[in-house]
Ligand binder design. Structure first.
Ligand code: NAD
Ligand code: ZN
Length: 266
């Protein structure tokens, strides 16, 4: 490595920040598609990538939802034990607070520059940071959901004396954690909102997502093919990098705040 390289990288990042701000300012309906990387600077480990949990501990069992459907009572009873399979993640989620990247997204929304966040994260950190328009495609760890009518409740205070709990709203569905399990379909209401947002979006920010989990990975492809622009914020290359109009090759907590600053000056 020569001494020039870091300077070159810094200059490239500054140019990309300027260009990202310019594209956002020129767009009508900006949507952020967010992945686990945004919360990495909050101490929440990702699944993929060099430091990812799956990279370190191996791939998970993909039959989680199948097991739940077979025996929901047992699933509820084993809930504590199941959490321990991802003990590192569970502990990090308990104590995590939003970082500069989450706050930058909230500021972009407040400035009227960001219309919606589609997040794959379940950590509730967008809400804690103060963002309003959020669709959680993989659910929220602090909520429960009815598998039939998709009604959601806060986990705290929900009566769990009878397992599995029945939905008090539609009375036919079983209630489970809102977090989408491996093998579980994306809840229809969340998926419809994502499709709608992607349809009207003319600029999508891809923040901290490895862009390999479907259907989320399809949204940027749809935006691009209908003439929109893509801005990637990720320290690593992803399968979508080559489709992107601008790439901010840096952690979200470092790259997003200067984009907000540039937009304040517009
Ligand atoms: P991923 O784990 O597959 O990939 C993370 C991506 O973030 C990688 O591309 C990596 O290069 C990038 N990254 C790492 N540090 C970053 C940083 N500081 N700034 C920006 N980018 C950074 O994540 P995924 O694509 O979201 O898919 C995994 C699934 O696992 C998600 O759908 C989610 O449901 C779940 N998950 C959620 C959380 C959470 O809620 N915080 C944490 C782990 C996994
Ligand atoms: Zn219901």
């Amino acid at each position: 490595m020569t001494l020039r390289e870091p300077q070159g990288e810094q200059a490239a990042l500054e140019r990309a920040i300027e260009e990202a701000a310019r594209l956002i300012a020129a767009s009508r309906h900006v949507v952020a598609l967010v992945g686990a990387g945004l919360s990495a600077e909050s101490g929440v480990p990702t699944f993929r990538g060099p430091e990812g949990l799956w990279t370190k501990h191996g791939e998970p069992d993909l039959r989680d939802y199948e097991r739940f459907v077979e025996n929901p009572k047992r699933w509820w009873e084993m809930r504590q034990e199941r959490a321990s399979r991802f003990a590192e993640l569970a502990q990090a989620l308990e104590t995590a607070v939003p970082n500069a990247g989450h706050f930058a997204l909230r500021e972009l929304e407040e400035m009227g520059r960001l219309r919606h966040i589609i997040t794959q994260n379940i950590d509730n950190l967008h809400q804690i940071a103060g963002s309003q328009a959020i669709t959680e495609i993989h659910g929220n760890r602090t909520k429960l959901r009815c598998v039939v009518c998709n009604h959601r409740w806060p986990l705290d205070g929900f009566p769990l004396d009878e397992l599995p709990p029945k939905c008090p709203d539609c009375t036919s569905g079983i209630v489970k954690g809102d977090t989408v399990m491996f093998g579980e379909p994306i809840p229809r209401d969340a998926l419809d909102e994502c499709i709608n947002q992607s349809r009207i979006c003319d600029c999508m920010l891809l923040v901290g997502t490895s862009a390999v989990v479907y259907p989320a990975a399809q949204f940027p492809i749809d935006v691009k093919s209908s003439g929109g622009v893509l801005i990637e914020v990720n320290p690593n290359e992803t399968p979508l990098t080559e489709l992107c109009d601008v790439v901010l090759r840096a952690p979200a907590g470092e790259a997003l705040p200067p984009v907000v600053e540039k937009l304040r000056a517009v």
